[in-house]
Design a protein around this ligand. Sequence first.
Ligand SMILES: *[C@@H]1O[C@H](CO)[C@@H](O)[C@H](O)[C@H]1NC(C)=O
Ligand SMILES: *[C@@H]1O[C@H](CO)[C@@H](O)[C@H](O)[C@H]1NC(C)=O
Ligand SMILES: *[C@@H]1O[C@H](CO)[C@@H](O)[C@H](O)[C@H]1NC(C)=O
Ligand SMILES: *[C@@H]1O[C@H](CO)[C@@H](O)[C@H](O)[C@H]1NC(C)=O
Ligand SMILES: *[C@@H]1O[C@H](CO)[C@@H](O)[C@H](O)[C@H]1NC(C)=O
Length: 483
Amino acid sequence: MDLEKHSKVPTKRPKGCSCQSPTLVILFTLTPLLVLLLFRIQSFTFSTPSGSTSWEFFQKWTAITIDSTTDHSCSDRLGNLTAKLRESVTFLPLKDLRYADMEAAMSGNTWFMSSLSDTVEENEAEHLYFPSQGSKGRILCIKGRDSKDGSKNSYALAWPESLPESATLLEGLSFVSDTYYDYLNLWHGLYAVAPFVGWSMKNQCLKPTRWVLFHWGELRSKMGAWAQNLMRATYGDVAVEVFRGGGDGPYCFERAVVMRHNIENMGKKKRVQVSEQLRCKAREFCGINTSSKGNEVNERGELVVNMTLLMRRGSRSFKNASAVVNVFTRECERVDGCALSVVQSEDLSFCDQVRVMTYTDIVATPHGAQLTNMLFMEPGSRVMEFFPRGWLELAGIGRHAHRWTAELCGMIHEGTYWEPLGTKDCPNPHQDLDCFLFYKDGQVGHNETFFAEWTRDVLSRVRESKLEEAKKRLQPKRTTCIC
Ligand SMILES: *[C@@H]1O[C@H](CO)[C@@H](O)[C@H](O)[C@H]1NC(C)=O
Ligand SMILES: *[C@@H]1O[C@H](CO)[C@@H](O)[C@H](O)[C@H]1NC(C)=O
Ligand SMILES: *[C@@H]1O[C@H](CO)[C@@H](O)[C@H](O)[C@H]1NC(C)=O
Ligand SMILES: *[C@@H]1O[C@H](CO)[C@@H](O)[C@H](O)[C@H]1NC(C)=O
Ligand SMILES: *[C@@H]1O[C@H](CO)[C@@H](O)[C@H](O)[C@H]1NC(C)=O
């Protein structure tokens, strides 16, 4: 950009401007800064140390605009400058195709609003906030209705006083999310919404007026029922913006928080706090009061250990469910105070899921999104996970998803059963991905010996830790949520 040429503007005092007020002199001597400012709108750099100067200038400049309304020529000129600012708002594609391949997207780059750098705070998820000092007071505007191609949607920053032509201002606080995955699956949904909950916990428990959801920069119109219920429990009604209410122009957000890395950089301590908040809100929403839940004993005076077999239908269900139920029933009967529930995950409403998990010390279930419900268990509860053939050998890091959930929620992952692969019988044995897709949704077989021994071990560990806890003086339970 030919900055030099533009910088000369103030030396050529325009003829015909009769204003002599000292404020206007300030305006003219500061014009190079204005030009710089215009330049920055286009380059979108974010971390210039001189930012505050421009910002102060901008404030002065807007003050002048108000002061000089009596002088027509001046207000004309300032009006013209405002019009120029309005015109200079530059929209860039929401999805930057330079980072479109998976590897680039996964290695710290982001294709979503790629020109803007995140705010990094210790222990917190990386985020962007508008308007802020970093954005020099500018707010976020989005033209983003395309649900198929993220590079057709675009974004820009603009000052509220000079929003682009035909912009619609959306008032209040907007949570703008982009995820590499989706909002329908429980697990991916949780990972997408959790950073916003972390942000509001740090910021006076602020609630969003609306959500704006993207996946690869493509607009999404809803969350899955589970994530939506979780957010309803946390914040009240969930409104997802689809940019249809106003005109066809851009939509600008009075205040916006943008998250685009899920919980990637959120510290361990913060993760536990966020899950505590979500658990607390979900229980409150579902009318579950756990204040009396402690080291319960049954009618025979035995310490209660509740174990739940969470079943699935179809993909990754047990091949022989009744055989599996038999093994767990037998092992549970051997242990004083053990009670087994067998529950079909698909049949549970959101609050049923919260209730079942609240009263479970051990959940045993095939790998699947239903296990995300471990969020609602008491911290320190146990998880047993079962995988069908091929997952150990072919699934990559995805097979650890629920170990991560356990860490997020403060649960103990008691390990996994991997059904042995045996001979690879997939159509293309040398193509790992093809082969994995062949096995991915298979059913889970069982090994009675392994299941029985494992269940026995886990039950004995849970009993031990419950007895241990019963000896300690019980801390009164917190009944109110952090937010
Ligand atoms: C402002 O713009 C209008 C039309 O664009 C022009 O006629 C007018 O002279 C400008 N005023 C000043 C003070 O530059
Ligand atoms: C939960 O129940 C206890 C007593 O059982 C009561 O003191 C407390 O207020 C209840 N909490 C809520 C949030 O209703
Ligand atoms: C399932 O397991 C039970 C008990 O081990 C066995 O009796 C039954 O034949 C099995 N059913 C099938 C379809 O394999
Ligand atoms: C075990 O389950 C029963 C029945 O759902 C429930 O009343 C009890 O509170 C549960 N105990 C624990 C420790 O979760
Ligand atoms: C079943 O599990 C037991 C105990 O882990 C193991 O020794 C045995 O080889 C397994 N059987 C099969 C068929 O995998």
